[in-house]
Design a protein around this ligand. Structure first.
Ligand code: ADP
Length: 508
C-alpha cells in the first residue's frame, strides 16, 4: 500500500527520460510531461539545446537548478539532471514549481524588507541632516540679524530722546513697535529652534507665583483696555505663593496664550483661571486656563494650529508668525505637561494645561526672586565719582557707534576701541583698563579665544580684568562656553541699555 502512495508521490513531481547518445528519446515515464518516443530532447523545450555540448563533454553527471520551462502552456520551475549511462543519457526533471515560487516570494519579501529598512535609515539620516541644517541656519541667520537690530533699537531710542515734531514722534513710535515685533519674532524663531534641537534647558529657581500674576494682571489690564476688552484673573486661594521652576518659560507660555486670546478677540473678555488640582509630597499640581470670547477655532484645526508656521485662514488679517502655539506646545512638553483646547467657531476658545511645580520648603530654601531688571537698574547707579576706562572690542561699525553713544552719554566712562581680536592683547599691555566689552565674533582671533589668552596671562592686573561678552548667539550652552573661557558675564544682542550698564557696574 505504502509503495503505491510512494510511487504516486515519486511519479508526480519527477520525470525520468532515457535517451541515446544523440538525445533521441528511448523511454519516458510521462510523470508530468507528455513525451513522444523517438522524438528528440530539443523537441521538449529549447532549454535542451544545451544537450549538444553536454553529450560531448559530460563524464558523469550535471544538474541545472531553477530551470523555467513552458510545455503545453504550463509553466514549470525545475531542476534538471543529466547522467551518463551505458546506453546513453538519463535525464531527470524534478518539478519544484511550488517550492521555487514560495522561495522566490520569501526572498522577495526579505529583500523588500531589507530595502525598506535601508530606505528608513536613509530617510531618517536625511531628516536629521535637514533638521541640523535648519537649526544651524536659524542660529546663524538670527545671529546676523542681531547686530543691525541692536543698532536700530538703540539709535531709535537715542532719537526718541531728542526734541521731535509730533509727526516725527509718531514715526518713531511706529519704528519702536516694529523693532519690538522684530525682536520678538527673532526670539520666537530661536525658541523654536532651541526646542526642536533639544538645546533648551529649563531652569529651576524659586519664584513668587503671586508676583508673576501681578505682572500679568498689570500687563493684560492695559493691553485689553486698549482694545476695548476686559481682563479677569481668578487665582485659587490654595495656590502656593512660592514655587520652584522656570519662571521665564512659564511666563512665555501664559503670555503666548494670552496674546493670542487678545489677538483673536474683538469683543468681550479674556480670562485667566488658576485652579489648585492637588498636592502630592512637595509638588503642587495646578490648572492654568486662558479663555476668550473671540472668533473660536473649529475642531478640524485642533491639531494643525500647534504646528510651526501654521495660521488659519480666519486669522489672515491678524499679524503673527504661526510660532506661538508650537512654542507653547514645546515648552509644556519640556515641563511634562500638555496643552489642551476646547473651542468652536464663534464661541470663543479655552486653552488649558495642568502642571506640577515643586513647592520649596520654606525653612530651607531662600526664594531667589527673578528680579533681574530691578537689580540691574539698582546696580546701574554710580558707585563712585571715578570715571572708568573701558576697552571695547567690536568690529561692527553700527554696534560700535551705538555703544560709544550709550556709554559716553552716561558720563561715567572713557572708551577705547579695537576692531580686531589680535589687537586686544597689545592694547591691554600698553594701557590700563577697568573692563573689557568683548564681541565674540571678532576677526582674526575670536572673543572667547582672546579671553582665554587674557586669563592665562602672567600679570595680575591683566589676568583679572573683568570681561563682558557681547554675542549674537543666545543659546544657553553658548553662554556657558563663553563663561568657561573666562568671561565674567555674557549679554545677548540686541540688549537693553539699562541691562548692559547695570552689568558693567556689577563687574567694575
Ligand atoms: P499666530 O502667530 O498666527 O498667532 P500661533 O501659533 O500662536 O500663531 O497660532 C496659530 C493659529 O491658531 C493662529 O494663526 C490662529 O489661526 C489660531 N489661534 C490661536 N489662538 C487662537 C485663539 N485664541 N482664538 C482663535 N484662533 C486662535
Amino acid at each position: 500500500m505504502l509503495k503505491k502512495f510512494q510511487q504516486e508521490y515519486a511519479t508526480k513531481n519527477v520525470q525520468f527520460i532515457l535517451t541515446d547518445f544523440e538525445g533521441t528519446i528511448l523511454e519516458s515515464d510521462q510523470a508530468f510531461l507528455a513525451i513522444k518516443s523517438n522524438s528528440h530532447l530539443i523537441d521538449i523545450h529549447p532549454f535542451f539545446e544545451c544537450f549538444i555540448s553536454i553529450k560531448d563533454t559530460l563524464e558523469d553527471e550535471i544538474v541545472f537548478n531553477c530551470v523555467h520551462i513552458v510545455v503545453d502552456n504550463n509553466e514549470y520551475v525545475t531542476d534538471i539532471q543529466f547522467s551518463k549511462k551505458d546506453v546513453g543519457f538519463l535525464v531527470v526533471i524534478s518539478d519544484y514549481t511550488s517550492h521555487y515560487i514560495a522561495y522566490q516570494a520569501i526572498a522577495q519579501t526579505r529583500n523588500e524588507s531589507i530595502i525598506n529598512g535601508e530606505l528608513i535609515t536613509i530617510k531618517n539620516a536625511e531628516l536629521e541632516e535637514r533638521e541640523r541644517f535648519k537649526n544651524l541656519f536659524i542660529r546663524n541667520f538670527s545671529h546676523e540679524l542681531r547686530n543691525p537690530l541692536t543698532s536700530i533699537i538703540s539709535i531709535t531710542k537715542i532719537i526718541s530722546s531728542t526734541s521731535l515734531t509730533s509727526e516725527q514722534e509718531n514715526m518713531i513710535q511706529f519704528l519702536q513697535e516694529s523693532n519690538a515685533n522684530l525682536k520678538l519674532l527673532l526670539e520666537d524663531i530661536l525658541s523654536i529652534s532651541m526646542i526642536s534641537s533639544g538645546r533648551l534647558k529649563l531652569s529651576e529657581n524659586v519664584f513668587s507665583l503671586s508676583q508673576l500674576f501681578e505682572l500679568i494682571t498689570f500687563t493684560y489690564n492695559t493691553k485689553t483696555a486698549s482694545k476695548g476688552l476686559s481682563f479677569e484673573i481668578n487665582i485659587d486661594k490654595k495656590a502656593p505663593d512660592y514655587v520652584e521652576g522656570d519662571r521665564l518659560r512659564l511666563y512665555q507660555v501664559l503670555t503666548n496664550l494670552l496674546d493670542n486670546a487678545l489677538k483673536y478677540t474683538n469683543e468681550g473678555k479674556i480670562t485667566l483661571n488658576i485652579t489648585f488640582n492637588q498636592k502630592r509630597a512637595n509638588k503642587v499640581n495646578m490648572r492654568f486656563e486662558v479663555l476668550d470670547s473671540g472668533i473660536g477655532i473649529s475642531k478640524d484645526n485642533f491639531e494643525t494650529i500647534f504646528e510651526s508656521f501654521t495660521q488659519l485662514k480666519t486669522a489672515t488679517e491678524n499679524p503673527g508668525s504661526g510660532l506661538g502655539l508650537s512654542i507653547v506646545k514645546g515648552l509644556l512638553d519640556l515641563m511634562n505637561s500638555e496643552i489642551k483646547i476646547s473651542s468652536s467657531i464663534g464661541e470663543g476658545s479655552n486653552f488649558y494645561f495642568d502642571i506640577s511645580l515643586k513647592q520649596p520648603l520654606q525653612t530651607s530654601t531662600k526664594p531667589i526672586l527673578n528680579t533681574n531688571k530691578k537689580s540691574t537698574k539698582k546696580s546701574s547707579k554710580r558707585k563712585t565719582d571715578k570715571k572708568y576706562r573701558i576697552l571695547l572690542a567690536e568690529d561692527d561699525i553700527n554696534v560700535q557707534t551705538v555703544l560709544f553713544k550709550l556709554l559716553l552719554n552716561t558720563g561715567y566712562f572713557y572708551i577705547d576701541l579695537v576692531n580686531d581680536g589680535a589687537l586686544v592683547m597689545e592694547k591691554l599691555i600698553n594701557d590700563d583698563y577697568d573692563l573689557i566689552l568683548m564681541d565674540i565674533n571678532l576677526p582674526n582671533v575670536m572673543g572667547d579665544e582672546v579671553t582665554r589668552l587674557i586669563r592665562d596671562f602672567p600679570f595680575k592686573n591683566i589676568k583679572k580684568i573683568p570681561i563682558i561678552g557681547l554675542t549674537g548667539y543666545s543659546f544657553e550652552d553658548d553662554f556657558a562656553g563663553f563663561k568657561k573661557a573666562g568671561m565674567n558675564a555674557v549679554i545677548a544682542k540686541p540688549f537693553d541699555d539699562q541691562d548692559l550698564i547695570g552689568l558693567i557696574f556689577k563687574h567694575l
